[in-house]
Design a protein around this ligand. Structure first.
Ligand SMILES: Cc1cc2nc3c(=O)[nH]c(=O)nc-3n(C[C@H](O)[C@H](O)[C@H](O)COP(=O)(O)OP(=O)(O)OC[C@H]3O[C@@H](n4cnc5c(N)ncnc54)[C@H](O)[C@@H]3O)c2cc1C
Length: 372
């Protein structure tokens, strides 16, 4: 087994897998060291939206970065299909945010206005619809829906197939994927030296930290900072039924295989992945008010999973000043951003730099004191 690589990506979640494949395209010898399923892993429990609406309040660069990824997604899905023969079932026919009260509708409208009103934002197209208009567009929607917002840029995919396709693409590209390899320590002399739990060392000229929540521990070892925290999300999955919801709603969607997925709460609960029955109940009741037919469906699975969240909720991409060649990448919308990670971020990292658009996402923005 080789112990020397041009580039090692630490973490094989959605972020690491997208980066590693993109870096390998630049003809580098790439290895992914991945702790595997025993680790906290946001990538195995997400809601699978490829989503633009509401992203980027107070950070126009994030709205634009998301837009870039949303637009790159069709080509990325096609590339995955060609490389792996797996169809990730990408649908970008638009998406809705639904309101169950006038106050909720006002809030949705205000969010859309705030994002799109910012200087420097490439505004996303959206429309505001009343309850009847929503029921015309989404025939299963119930009488409690008072309105909503719609953007034609939104969409979703099959998250399990995405993860499989991304990993199969790594193998097909000759990336050395090593699960069960937790990096415990990083040293630097003439190159990076990565110590693996249980013994063993791997050396690399460049590294990218894509270890999700563990980026917080690893980043300071190479002069970087990634103060991410866990935020729990609960998800409910029903039995499969005939298609009734073609266009996804931010919290309710029907998969290409017929299951209805209900998401997607946000709880500060430390590292606990326990299911919160109270929150599940609230999510289910809201979903039934939106689409009354859901009340008749059997729930087949529920889970809780931890998001990887920076203090302001935006991605962190950095290149170390003290340890040139060490990068960090973390974000809370790793499905949506997978396309831009693979097509834009990765090739720049392969050439030892970050793309100019990534400048706004340095963790240095988090170190400015509030009185400055
Ligand atoms: C409930 C929920 C719903 C979500 N819904 C959406 C959505 O609809 N759309 C969207 O775009 N995003 C969504 N997300 C977010 C998305 O899932 C994450 O942004 C993405 O999975 C983050 O990927 P990651 O690779 O950074 O982290 P992770 O998936 O956590 O992967 C980190 C990887 O690093 C490995 N690792 C950790 N430590 C080490 C170490 N020391 N050495 C080696 N390997 C290590 C782990 O084994 C793991 O494989 C959701 C997340 C949750 C929790």
């Amino acid at each position: 087994m080789s112990t020397h690589f041009d580039f090692v990506v630490i973490g094989g979640g959605l972020v690491g897998a997208a980066l590693a494949r993109g870096i390998a395209r630049e003809n580098l010898r790439v290895c992914v060291l991945d702790e595997g399923d025993v680790a906290y892993r946001a990538s195995r429990g997400n809601f699978a939206l490829v989503w633009q609406q509401s992203k980027g309040i107070n950070m126009p660069a994030y709205a634009n970065w998301t837009r870039r990824s949303v637009e790159l997604w069709p080509a990325y899905a096609e590339q995955l299909q060609n490389e792996t023969n797996i169809d990730v079932a990408l649908q970008q026919d638009g998406g809705f945010h639904l309101a169950l009260s006038d106050a909720e509708l006002e809030r949705l409208v205000s969010i859309a206005e705030r994002v799109n009103g910012q200087t420097g934002v490439n505004p996303y197209p959206y429309s505001v619809l009343n309850g009847d208009e929503i029921r015309r567009r989404l025939p299963g929607a119930g009488p409690d829906v008072v309105g909503g917002t719609y953007s034609p840029l939104d969409g979703h995919l099959n998250c399990l197939r995405l993860y499989r396709a991304m990993h199969r693409a790594l193998i097909a590209a000759g990336v050395d994927y090593r699960p069960g390899n937790r990096v415990v320590r990083i040293d630097y002399t003439d190159s990076f030296s990565l110590s693996i739990e249980g013994g063993g060392q791997i050396k690399a000229r460049h590294i990218a930290l894509a270890a999700g929540l563990d980026n917080a521990r690893l980043a300071p070892m190479v002069g970087l900072s990634a103060p991410v925290r866990p935020q729990r999300g609960n998800i409910i999955v029903t039995e499969k039924v005939a298609p009734f919801l073609k266009i996804p709603v931010q919290t309710v969607r029907q998969t290409d295989e017929g299951s209805v997925m209900i998401g997607d709460s946000q709880e500060e609960s430390g590292l606990s992945e326990d299911i919160n029955n109270g929150i599940m109940g609230v999510m289910a009741r809201r979903a039934v008010r939106m689409f009354p037919a859901i009340a008749d469906l059997n729930i087949v699975r529920m889970w809780a999973c931890l998001r990887v969240l920076s203090p302001d909720g935006f991605p962190i991409y950095d290149h170390s000043v003290t340890h040139p060649g060490a990068f960090v990448a973390t974000c809370h919308s790793g499905v949506t951003l997978a396309a831009v990670h693979a097509a834009v971020l990765a090739p720049h990292m392969a050439h030892g730099r970050l793309p100019p658009e990534a400048k706004s996402f340095s963790a240095r923005r988090l170190h400015v004191s509030k009185t400055d």
